[in-house]
Design a protein around this ligand. Structure first.
Ligand SMILES: [Cu+2]
Length: 186
């Protein structure tokens, strides 16, 4: 597995080994971004888990390189399965569907955010809460595996448990019954 170099750790290493230890210990709560080659994964976060419901993870991937990459898989010890999802307009309703990957264009970015692309976590035996964090491995076509730490938060819209299933989440609520069950058996 390819180890990611944390931005601040890398910076600390440049400026001297003495600074590396205290900086690296403090980093997860401060910067919360990860680099792998030309990719930078910024602020992976999850809404708090609801028992017997799928979880959801968002993040931004920036690509400073001249070659496109593609997020093709993800995994985490807190969930049995992770799927890559997007939202499509199905009549008047936004519905989420499983997709094979998310492109990260050269010199561009991919934003996984509420109402759009996201990672969906199924089979969460021990639901996590705000303030928790958990490891996740993101797999890119070219950059390979990148380990990140996902922070559990309410989200920028201040949404908590209830919002996960409301239209603000881009139809996860409306579409759950129709969309979730068939996808899980795929
Ligand atoms: Cu989803």
């Amino acid at each position: 597995m390819r180890r990611l170099a944390h931005n601040l750790i890398a910076t600390a290493a440049i400026f001297g080994a003495l600074a590396a230890v205290p900086v690296s210990m403090a980093v997860p709560a401060i910067a919360h971004d990860y680099t792998a080659g030309t990719l930078m994964i910024d602020h992976p976060w999850a809404r708090p888990a609801i028992p017997n419901r799928p979880g959801v993870v968002f993040l931004t991937v920036k690509n400073t390189g001249e070659t496109a990459d593609r997020l093709i898989a993800a995994s985490t010890p807190v969930a049995g399965t992770v799927e890559i999802h997007t939202h499509i307009k199905d009549g008047d309703v936004m519905r989420m569907v499983r997709i094979e990957g998310i492109d990260v264009p050269a010199g561009g970015m991919a934003m996984l955010q509420p109402g759009g692309d996201h990672l969906m976590l199924f089979d969460i035996p021990a639901p996590y809460a705000v303030g928790d964090s958990f490891p996740m491995t993101l797999t890119f076509e070219k950059a390979g595996d990148v380990a990140v730490e996902v922070q559990v938060e309410m989200g920028q819209d201040g949404a908590g448990h209830s919002m996960h299933n409301m239209p603000a989440h881009g139809g996860h609520g409306q579409g759950h019954g129709a969309a979730k069950m068939p996808m899980k058996t795929n």
